[in-house]
Design a protein around this ligand. Structure first.
Ligand code: 5U1
Length: 357
């Protein structure tokens, strides 16, 4: 027996194993910092430190390309230029939402009255619990995860068939490429891709300086970026995402999640790394819906992104199932708008001047 053999300490990792360990540690650090920066709005390191570690990972990946994993932050831009956007049939249709055209408090009261009538509630039955959310003025998106990995991102399209924009959505650093271990094997997350107003202004400023095309509003700029064929261009557009619901998901009988309420579902999405708007809250009866509409409306201009209203959803998923759908719209949800901010302008007159040329 070799007396020099130390049986109690683990063998030294080989160069390759050591690189794999280091790369995993760097990916974990970078992904955590990106989550803090983009989702929690609470950066814990300066940008320069993020960039330094990012480059460190790039160097190791160049030396060991076989150790690159799909969740590496370096793999968000895949570089390929698509020839076109492939159609995607949604496993669960992407529904539209009924819009309450009455922008006054009576709009929220009318929705609550409809829900109570459908559920055959008496006036003295307790108030319904709702979830109230901002209605983001962006682009509806469905993110499909299989075994925790982002495999497809598709636009809404006509609700049945959208377009495959995975290459561009991967560049949005708020969107997780890999989910934590507790997430179900199949998960489709629905939400909205948008562009913050300040980033939109900066983008237009850059476009003007470079003599490029400017965009009419953040929604337009976001839609243009999402439909780019070259993900390198989309990566330079400051896109963000908010989650607000689910599409197809592993059934409960097969080990899928068992949510009782919409609010619980949103909190779980948050725990899996998805951004959920901080304004989202539960609201009891029409009175609290009206208060939410008023409160968010008053602070609408201070929000860093555009909204065109708020959304109310019945919180209990059991009651949602009971209420069902009317054509392509759920009876358990409504969008309650604000008066439009874009105003028509009338040109009063034109002054014609003659210059030297
Ligand atoms: N916040 C939010 N926006 N939004 C849009 N929730 C939400 N839900 C929607 C839509 C179209 O649809 C579900 C109610 C199906």
């Amino acid at each position: 027996m070799n007396e020099n053999l130390d049986l109690f300490s683990a063998p030294e990792p080989t160069g390759k194993a050591q690189a794999a360990i280091e790369m995993e540690a760097l990916r974990t650090r970078l992904n955590r910092w990106a989550h803090e920066y983009y989702v929690q709005d609470a950066p814990s390191v300066p940008d320069a430190e993020y960039d330094r570690v990012f480059r460190e990972l790039q160097v190791l990946e160049a030396e060991h390309p076989h150790l690159i994993t799909p969740d590496s932050p370096t793999q968000r831009v895949i570089g390929a230029v698509m020839e076109g956007l492939a159609p995607v049939r949604h496993a669960v249709p992407m529904l539209s939402i009924h819009t309450e055209t009455d922008t006054e408090a009576s709009g929220a009261e009318a929705f609550d009255a409809r829900v109570r009538r459908e559920l055959k509630l008496a006036p003295d039955d307790p108030p319904i619990e709702y979830v109230a959310e901002p209605k983001f003025d962006g682009l509806a998106m469905s993110l499909r995860y299989e075994h925790g990995k982002l495999v497809q991102a598709a636009t809404r399209g006509d609700g049945e068939v959208g377009e495959d924009v995975t290459h561009n959505i991967r560049t949005i650093r708020q969107i997780p490429l890999l989910l934590p271990a507790g997430a179900p094997p199949l998960l489709e997350v629905r939400g909205e891709v948008y562009m913050p107003r300040a980033d939109f202004d900066a983008l237009n400023e850059r476009q003007r300086e470079q003599g490029g095309k400017t965009f009419v509003n953040p929604r337009n700029a976001a839609a243009g970026a999402v439909r780019q064929l070259d993900s390198g261009i989309a990566a330079q557009r400051p896109l963000r995402f908010f989650a607000y619901g689910l599409g197809a998901v592993t059934p409960e009988a097969e080990g899928g999640p068992a949510f009782a309420t919409h609010f619980e579902l949103l909190q779980t999405l948050k725990s899996w790394g998805f951004p959920v708007a901080e304004q989202v809250q539960t609201a009891l009866g029409a009175t609290e819906l009206v208060a939410f509409h008023r409160q968010v409306g008053a602070r609408r201009d201070q929000l860093p992104y555009d909204i065109d209203g708020v959304v109310y959803k019945v919180n209990s998923l059991q009651l949602q199932r009971q209420l069902g759908f009317k054509t392509r719209e759920p009876r358990w949800a409504v969008a309650h708008k604000y008066p439009a901010q874009e105003m028509a302008t009338r040109i009063e007159g034109i002054d014609v001047q003659v210059g030297r040329t």
